[in-house]
Each structure stands twice: as C-alpha cells, then as structure tokens.
Design a protein around this ligand. Structure first.
Ligand SMILES: NC(=O)c1ccc[n+]([C@@H]2O[C@H](COP(=O)([O-])OP(=O)(O)OC[C@H]3O[C@@H](n4cnc5c(N)ncnc54)[C@H](OP(=O)(O)O)[C@@H]3O)[C@@H](O)[C@H]2O)c1
Length: 289
C-alpha cells in the first residue's frame, strides 16, 4: 500500500500554524494579516477558488476582502485598483485571480503588484529572488509541493525529479526550487513538456514524478518505475463531473512508494501556502522589510 500524501490533513496543520502566528501578531503588535482578492468576470472555477481562499483566510484569523469587478473592466481600471491596494497598509497580500479577461494583459497586472505584497509569488522580483536562492514569497503551488515532500520526509537530495509541465506557475518555478542548494531541494531535475519526445522514457527514470499538464489520467503505471513517488498537480473535470488528476491513480498508485490523491493532495496545500505567505508578509511589514 502506498503512502498517501494527504494534502488536506497536512494543510490543516499548516493553517493551524498560521492561525497561531496570526494570533501572536495580533497580541504583540495589534495587527492582523490581510489578503485582498481581486476577481474579474464570472469564471465559475475562479469564483470557487477565490471563495475557498477567503474562507481559509477567515478560518485562520486573517482579514480578507473581495474586489469583484465586471468582465468588461479595462486594464487601467484594474491597474488603478492594484495601486490602491499596494498603498493600503491593512493589505499585506494581493491576489489577482487568473485567468483575466482577454482585454487585460496578465503580465502587466502581475508586474503592477507590489513585490512586498506579491503573496502569489508571480512577480518578476519574486521569481528573480527565487532563482538567486533568496526568496521572499515562493509561488504557492510549487511551494506546497515542496512543503509536502519535506513534511512527509521524502528526500529530494540527489534524487532525480521529473516534472511534466513547464508553466510559469507550476513547472518552471518548481524545477527551480528543487534544484536549489539546501534542505528540501538539492535534486537533479528534468523538465518535460508538450514537445518532449517519449515522455515515458524520462518518467521511468524518476525517483519523483510531478505531473502538471492538465490532461486527465495521462500518467499510466508503465510510465513509472516501481517505488517512485508521484505528485499530481493536475485538476481536470471529467465528463461525468468528477475531478481527476493528470495521473491514472487506480493503476499507478499500487506501484508507487507514495502518491498524492486528487482532490485532497496538492490543491489544499496551495491555499495553505497562500495563507503562510500572507502572514509572513505582515510579519515582514512590521520589520520594515
Ligand atoms: N492543485 C493546484 O493548486 C493547482 C494549481 C495550478 C494548476 N493546477 C492544475 O495543474 C495543471 C497544470 O496547470 P498549469 O497552469 O501549469 O497549466 P498550463 O499553463 O496549461 O501548462 C501546461 C503545461 O503542460 C504541458 N503539456 C500540456 N499537454 C501536454 C502533454 N500531452 N504532454 C506533455 N506536456 C504537456 C504544456 O506544454 P507546453 O509548454 O509545451 O505547451 C505546459 O507546459 C492543470 O490541470 C491545472 O488545473 C493545479
């Protein structure tokens, strides 16, 4: 039986840690970490993500605000709102839920968020700091994957990690984080993507496989070696309405040493890391950064 990497349970532990840190900040300094969420348009998945993130904030004692804008919002209107949130001392984290409507250039909005409040870790400054090994805020999904491996004591040092997917929010930053020097990293990393020839040839060599492509049940049992660790970042809606990851869990799980379920794996970890980043941003603001 594989070890189930239970992100739901682990994220609960992290949320309790954040709640304790938040209570301490309130008692010692009279401040409350606050997250401002910005939602543009009516994408149903985005609405659910934002609702879950806000609920998690409130449960951990953080303040949260929702700025709901219509689908025809202009780029300038959104930039104005971001500027206002950048200047608001009660706001420690700004989350602009992606994707944005097509009239708005996502990169321009990401660049406009103050690096000191970039709790999603997407800004060029956050990414640059991560690459040079002095991160302030790490992107939440890859940070959640790394934290999960660390807390389940799955070693990465000297291990071969194969990541399938090279997006800016998952694959690319995760590869960078795991190849850094130090605990929870020191891995040898291979990245595969849609132009990679014969992906199975790479995944079969991996000690740890991370799937982040958005293709339901793509990874089959014959694509991994016996005893591998499999982390499934993918979230896909099947025709019957159920959720599935990028891993064919039923056939892959028995061959693994450890595996994440979908749902209940990486997803809750992402939210936990967002809370952690927001509380950390509040703490840093008290130190004048
Ligand atoms: N659990 C969470 O909290 C969380 C957070 C974020 C995303 N996700 C999920 O993770 C998945 C990936 O998200 P994303 O935002 O990273 O997606 P994305 O921006 O669409 O990127 C997908 C990546 O997968 C690659 N890819 C697509 N099809 C492939 C195939 N058949 N073989 C090999 N590579 C393939 C693409 O290659 P190219 O670069 O060559 O196009 C791209 O690099 C989605 O299911 C998403 O819902 C989950």
């Amino acid at each position: 039986m594989p070890v189930i990497l239970d992100g739901k349970k682990l994220s609960e532990t992290i949320r309790q840690e954040v709640a304790a840190a938040t209570a301490e900040l309130a008692a010692a300094h009279g401040v409350k970490p606050g997250l401002a969420a910005v939602l543009v348009g009516e994408n149903p998945a985005s609405q659910i993500y934002v609702r879950n993130k806000r609920k998690a904030c409130e449960n951990a004692g953080l303040a949260s605000w929702l700025h709901q804008l219509s689908a025809d919002t202009t780029q300038q209107q959104l930039l104005d709102l971001v500027a206002q949130l950048n200047a608001d001392p009660q706001v420690h984290g700004i989350l602009v839920q992606l994707p944005l409507p097509k009239q708005i250039e996502e990169a321009a909005i990401i660049r406009a968020v103050s690096p000191l409040k970039d709790v999603d870790g997407f800004s060029p400054e956050s990414l640059g700091r991560m690459v040079e090994g002095h991160p302030r805020f790490l992107p939440c999904t890859p940070a959640g994957v790394q934290e999960m491996l660390r807390r389940y004591q799955i070693p990465t040092e000297g291990k071969h990690v194969v990541i399938v997917g090279r997006s800016n929010i998952v694959g690319k930053p995760l590869a960078n984080m795991l190849m850094q020097k130090g605990p929870g990293a020191d891995a040898t990393v291979t990245i595969c993507h849609s132009r990679t020839k014969n992906i199975a040839e790479f995944t079969r060599q991996a000690d740890i496989v991370v799937m982040a492509i958005g293709q339901a049940k793509f990874l089959k049992a014959d694509m991994i070696r016996e005893g591998a660790v499999v982390v499934d970042v993918g979230i896909n809606r099947l025709p019957d309405g159920k959720l599935a990851g990028d891993v064919d869990y039923q056939e892959v799980a028995p061959k693994t040493y450890a595996i994440t379920p979908v749902p209940g794996g990486v997803g809750p970890m992402t939210i936990a890391m967002l809370l952690k980043n927001t509380a950390e941003s509040c703490r840093l603001s008290l130190q004048g950064r």
